[in-house]
Design a protein around this ligand. Structure first.
Ligand SMILES: Nc1ncnc2c1ncn2[C@@H]1O[C@H](COP(=O)(O)OP(=O)(O)OP(=O)(O)O)[C@@H](O)[C@H]1O
Ligand SMILES: [Mg+2]
Length: 257
């Protein structure tokens, strides 16, 4: 990476906005993520967090503004093209192929990534594929259940499987939308370790309601309320911010968990 690339934010939104009918779900958001950081995105229910990452990932088209990735304007690219560039996300609602085995779920993701290259169309490498699947499952601790149908896994493991599928896409930016939702305490610990490992090689944008997880993982926190960014900074500063505390009033579960 040259000196200019190092200065360019990995991700930048400029005045990004999304209107659903009469509702402005996201309004004029300027977000900049540096390479290698773990950024938490927090805010009360309905603040616009999932909508914002929909705009970043290309699942939603913006009403206003632009998205730049590694300095390149990707506003008009669809979600599949952005995945190819390394913008990978996991959904707030679990989305796996329930009838496929755990291993085949990851294989689908690996294949999807590989088929970007002509060489892999011409000479598919089955052994390399199996190795990669095994490695991805090992990272999330699911190697032992590789042959099970994914739908038979407990919910927490399905979420980890989803992350394994995302990792198999080799993200430059991994966006996780409430990954700890529905996980037991031990699973949350495992997820935190996993995110830290991922952060060694990628930038992470983490939407999360569990403040303990946010404080443990995030270098910086961005706070949204009613479609706008209302605060941004290191965890200690955000915790002490009166506007942030006000935004969470009436939502004690969001700050006390
Ligand atoms: N496809 C849609 N059509 C219409 N309104 C939508 C749509 N998606 C989201 N909204 C609305 O936009 C606002 C922001 O929703 P969003 O899901 O982005 O919030 P969030 O911060 O992710 O909330 P949560 O913490 O509950 O996941 C909400 O008022 C929501 O009802
Ligand atoms: Mg959401």
């Amino acid at each position: 990476m040259g000196p200019l690339a190092a200065l360019t934010p990995l991700l930048e939104t400029r005045g990004i906005g999304k209107r659903f009918g009469g509702l402005e779900a996201v309004t004029g958001v300027d977000l900049r993520l540096a390479r290698g950081e773990v950024r938490a995105l927090i805010g009360p229910n309905g603040a616009g967090k999932t909508t914002l990452v929909g705009l970043i990932s290309g699942r939603l088209a913006p009403t206003t503004g632009r998205v730049l990735f590694a300095g390149r304007d990707v506003t008009r690219l669809g979600a599949a093209d952005r995945v190819r560039l390394g913008i990978v996300y996991t959904f707030q609602i679990t989305s796996i192929y329930r009838r496929l085995t755990v291993a085949d779920n990851v294989a689908v993701a690996v294949q999807r990534r590989r088929l970007r290259r002509l060489a892999d169309w011409l000479a598919p490498d089955a052994r390399g594929l199996a190795r990669e699947v095994e490695a991805a499952l090992g990272v999330v601790g699911l190697a032992g259940v590789a042959a099970e149908p994914a739908g038979a896994l407990p919910y927490g493991h399905q979420r980890l499987l989803e992350i394994a599928m995302a990792l198999a896409l080799q993200p430059a930016l991994l966006i996780l939308d409430e990954p700890t939702q529905g996980l037991a305490a031990a699973e949350i610990d495992a997820l935190c370790r996993l995110v830290r490992d991922v952060a060694a090689g990628a930038t992470v944008l983490l939407i999360e309601h569990n403040m303990a997880v946010v404080l443990e993982l995030a270098g910086r926190i961005t706070v949204m309320d009613r479609g706008r960014i209302i605060a941004e900074g290191p965890p200690r500063e955000i915790e002490a911010n009166p506007e942030v505390q006000r935004a969470y009033l009436g939502q004690p579960s969001a700050t006390s968990s």
